[in-house]
Design a protein around this ligand. Structure first.
Ligand SMILES: [Zn+2]
Ligand SMILES: [Zn+2]
Length: 147
C-alpha cells in the first residue's frame, strides 16, 4: 500500500500535492463532480474533482487506475463500447452522472463501481445540481450497500 512513489495528484493551479490516496480521499476541499471515460482503456479515463478553495477552484483530472486498489480485488479494465452490449443503457459514457450502472455485461460498469466507492469519501456537488438531478442521485444511492 505504501510502496508507490508517484503522487496521486498535484494541483495545476495552487500546487497542492496529494502524496497518496488516503490524503486525497480525506481532503474536504475536494468535490467529486465528473468522470471522463476512455473507452479503449477504461483505467486511463479520469475522475474530475473541483479543488474548492478560495485561492483555487480549478478542476483536477485524476486517472482511474490511481483509485483501483479501492476495489480490493484484481480487476481487468477491459475496453468497452457504449451501447454495444444489450444490457448497456449508455450510462458508462455519461460524464456528469456518477450513479452506478446495473448492466451485467458492459465492461464499463467496473469504473462505475469504483465511482461509488470514491463517492463515499469525496463530497458531491449537491448545491450545483437541479432538484431532478438530486432526486436521481438519491434514487441511485438507494440501491447501494450502506456503510
Ligand atoms: Zn488547487
Ligand atoms: Zn455500458
Amino acid at each position: 500500500m505504501h510502496t508507490e512513489n508517484q503522487n496521486i495528484k498535484e494541483c495545476s493551479m495552487c500546487k497542492k500535492c496529494w502524496k497518496n490516496l488516503d490524503n486525497f480521499l480525506h481532503d474536504d476541499t475536494l468535490i467529486f463532480n465528473g468522470y471522463q471515460p476512455f473507452f479503449k482503456r477504461p483505467d486511463k479515463g479520469s475522475f474530475l474533482f473541483t479543488h474548492d478553495r478560495d485561492d483555487c477552484g480549478t478542476t483536477l483530472l485524476v486517472e482511474v487506475w490511481k483509485f483501483k486498489k479501492l476495489l480490493n480485488r484484481e480487476v481487468d479494465f477491459l475496453p468497452f463500447k457504449p451501447g454495444e452490449d444489450p444490457d448497456c443503457d449508455l450510462r458508462c459514457a455519461q460524464e456528469t452522472d456518477l450513479t452506478s450502472c446495473p448492466a451485467k455485461n458492459c465492461n464499463g460498469t467496473v469504473v462505475r463501481e469504483l465511482i461509488q466507492i470514491v463517492k463515499q469519501y469525496v463530497r458531491k456537488p449537491m448545491t450545483s445540481l437541479s432538484g431532478d438531478e438530486i432526486d436521481r442521485i438519491i434514487d441511485g444511492n438507494k440501491g447501494e450497500k450502506s456503510e
